[in-house]
Design a protein around this ligand. Sequence first.
Ligand code: NI
Length: 183
Amino acid sequence: MAVREIRLEGDPILKKISREVTNIDERTLQILDDMVETMYAADGLGLAAVQVGILRRLVVIDIGQGPIKMINPKITKREGMTISREGCLSVPDVNGMVRRPKTVSVEYTDIEGKTVTIENAQGLLKKALCHELDHLDGIVYTDVAEVVFDMDDIEKYEELYDVKPVCRGTNSYDYETELHEVN
Ligand code: NI
């Protein structure tokens, strides 16, 4: 495994649409392993292949329950709406407030080629799924955030949006400020 370089905002590749993976070969598995290692090295909770410069529909997520490796993931159901804080390894030192569904269901292919469904994900997993799957379509959260702010200003925005951290992590992404229902 190898830690790969994370592409940062301003790199045009982050705006590109990733291609479907048609063949789960050694290279695909290697990329997924490298993505997991890169995510851990950067202390993140999720990573899309485009963030390491590879335009394939591959996502890894670990919200503290072990790594999930996803091939061609897609959202099959969205319900409700919340607003919460997000950050991104490709956009250091800032966070934003982003509207997302309250729950999503996602279907993906696992490394053995089996179809897996995550039903009605919520909270941190939901947020990571929405955020990482957006990357596959060239969308960085700063494109859709209501507001983007310096990390030092977080308390001001928590007050403005009436969101309270459930747990405060050490990095820009590892923390859950929802769940504030929005009509
Ligand atoms: Ni991101």
